[in-house]
Ligand binder design. Structure first.
Ligand code: ADP
Length: 172
């Protein structure tokens, strides 16, 4: 593979973001205290069945970060480390919540290090306010009619309820 110099000031923050939550926002903004730019990389294919398509997840995230030129939102597919190398980023940014995240994240970080030794994985501990927040729980609550305002960016609230309704109709 052609060797491109990696930019240590550029990080890729990968995830499903189905949908983006305040926890993701916190990791992104705190990531920007370390890195000059963060690419929020939205995974196309994921083992989880998503509520939003990848195009919708990208569009929503772009809307949320529209006034932050140092956050670039892009879809990605395939091996994360190939994407990170193509983008010339020196780091992968991930968030850590409870102990339950740790094992999976550790496994991924070690595998990614084996695949590309020059790329470092950087973990930021969650803000305690978002410790128990996940896209999964937000979807569960929203689709049962609960209030998720304050847990997700404002731009996400209406599309989330609309998608829950559409899904309930599909299932009916
Ligand atoms: P994935 O499907 O890769 O876990 P997610 O979109 O669920 O993607 O999460 C992307 C990253 O953001 C992961 O590193 C995850 O640990 C982190 N993350 C998710 N929710 C929070 C939160 N509430 N606080 C901090 N980090 C979080």
């Amino acid at each position: 593979m052609e060797h491109k110099a990696l930019n240590p000031r550029l990080a890729v923050y990968p995830g499903t973001f189905d949908p983006l939550t305040k926890g993701h926002l916190s990791i992104t903004s705190r990531g920007l205290m370390i890195f000059d730019r963060v690419i929020l990389a939205v995974a196309k294919s994921t083992p989880k069945k998503t509520l939003f398509t990848v195009e919708e997840r990208v569009e929503l995230a772009r809307e949320v970060f529209r006034e932050q030129p140092n956050v670039l939102v892009e879809p990605f597919d395939g091996l994360l480390i190939d994407y990170v190398t193509r983008r010339g980023a020196g780091a992968v940014l991930r968030g850590l919540r409870a102990v339950s995240d740790f094992e999976y994240e550790f496994q991924m970080a070690l595998m990614n290090r084996r695949l590309a030794r020059d790329i470092q994985t950087v973990f930021l501990m969650t803000d305690y306010k978002w410790m128990y927040l996940s896209s999964t729980i937000v979807k569960e609550v929203a689709c049962h009619g609960g209030n998720v305002k304050g847990l997700v960016p404002d731009e996400v609230v209406s599309p989330l309820y609309a998608r829950c309704v559409a899904r309930a109709r599909e299932g009916a």
